[in-house]
Write a protein that binds this ligand. Structure first.
Ligand code: AP5
Length: 187
């Protein structure tokens, strides 16, 4: 099963992707988590990524694409994967297409988690207070939402045109959203 998760910051992609990946028995690949792990480890990749992340901007496609290309060659991706937060740009869509084509593979479904804007802002402000993630400040949240609207939301049309897009209501309790997702992805 090869799944892509899309949705604005705070939609619940990471929360739901982890649960669904476990259910499907495939790795959960979050580009944001990989970047944050590299920041924490002080790697060259982390140092490069951090300045973009802290500003709410996307890490350059060349960096992100190379990272995902490497990750998808790992043995654990053979039965499939759940991509969380990739692709986010037109160039990343083209790169993922090329990666899959060269491996003789294809995506099964692209899931969009839909959540009202006030709700995502509320979730991220709450996380800022609880966890202090460096990109959860009010001005950076605003920029992340703008970048999503400008660069990533248009990709939904691309996947819809390909007949791959499934929209799932991301409002409500975590368990309710998981139930909706399972009905769409596993059914
Ligand atoms: P990334 O880590 O992917 O951040 P994001 O897309 O902004 O998403 P979030 O992690 O904030 O939200 P989410 O939708 O995953 O929701 P979550 O489950 O965490 O990326 C960070 C940065 O890395 C980017 O800004 C960019 O700089 C860089 N990057 C990453 N990928 C890139 C790419 N492909 N290209 C270029 N750059 C890239 O939930 C959010 C909060 O809500 C949590 O506290 C959670 O507990 C809570 N929550 C979840 N579900 C519910 C619910 N149902 N009810 C109440 N609270 C809930």
């Amino acid at each position: 099963m090869r799944v892509v998760f899309m949705g604005p910051p705070g939609a619940g992609k990471g929360t739901q992707a982890a649960l669904l990946a476990a259910e499907l028995g495939v790795p959960h690949i979050s580009t944001g988590d990989i970047f944050r792990a590299n920041v924490a480890d002080g790697t060259a990749l982390g140092k490069e990524a951090q300045r973009y992340m802290d500003a709410g901007e996307y890490v350059p496609d060349t960096v992100t694409n190379a990272m995902v290309r490497d990750r998808l060659t790992h043995e654990d991706c053979r039965p499939g994967f759940l991509l969380d937060g990739y692709p986010r740009t037109v160039e990343q869509v083209a790169e993922l297409d090329a990666m899959l084509r060269s491996a003789g593979q294809a995506l099964d479904v692209v899931v969009e988690l839909t959540v009202e804007i006030d709700e995502v802002v509320g979730r991220l402000v709450k996380r800022a207070a609880e966890q202090g993630r460096s990109d959860d400040s009010e001005d950076v949240i605003r920029r992340r939402l703008e970048v999503y609207a400008e660069q990533t939301a248009p990709l939904l049309t691309t996947y819809s045109d390909r007949g791959l897009l499934m929209q799932v209501d991301g409002m409500g309790e975590v368990e309710q959203v998981t139930t909706r997702l399972l009905a769409v992805v596993v059914a």
